[in-house]
Design a protein around this ligand. Sequence first.
Ligand code: GLP
Length: 242
Amino acid sequence: FQPRLQVLASQEDVARQAAALLEARIRQGAARVLGLATGRTPLRVYALLSEAVRDGRLSLAGISTFNLDEYAGLSPDHPGSYRSYMNRHLFAGSDVDLARTHVPDGLAADPVAAGRDYEARIKAAGGIDLQLLGIGQNGHIGFNEPGSPFDSRTRMVPLAASTRAANAGDFPGGTVPERAITMGIGTILEAREIVLLACGPAKAEAVAAMIDGPVGPACPASALRLHPRVTVLCDAEAAARV
Ligand code: GLP
């Protein structure tokens, strides 16, 4: 398969297009279970969705959400945790039922059991209808670093040094955790629809590898070419090498 690639002029346009797509699917009832991503790229999307909820144009009541990943060793209220990111940037400003929001448990004493439990909860919710993704500079999706098997499931993983450096801004004055719990590539590929966002020149190489490079674990995002329903929304800078 080839992802549907849409190149837009600016990061703002990417965010608007992504928010419009998500809103349309939610209104159609085609996105009752959302897979969500963190990082800088989706921030504006979440701001636009929160705005739509506040203005009464959209409701997330009844929607279930599953986040891709969480840092190991961080409690949910640590400001660098992805749970606190989601509460801050989307959940608190929306009408979502917090009990229906899920983020992997970074404090799990038994990460293997926690991974299995997360997979079971996704299954019990009926599977993910629409998965939002970003992409790492090394082609990672979620925290599936290069070398991750395409059939991997939710599990604890070590983070690449480059990923820890890229995310240092989330930990002012502190160190970035060395490990995370992430949905696997196999988990991500089971979503019924996938929307990947990429913005800025630092993503150009990863986007080109995802779309034109060999399909294999050296570029985790290349696994998306095994999925029939993927939309890639890029700004011009991220699409520069395609
Ligand atoms: C992070 C996250 C990914 C995210 C990616 C890109 O490490 N685990 O889910 O998509 O890297 O982040 P950003 O959007 O900040 O560039």
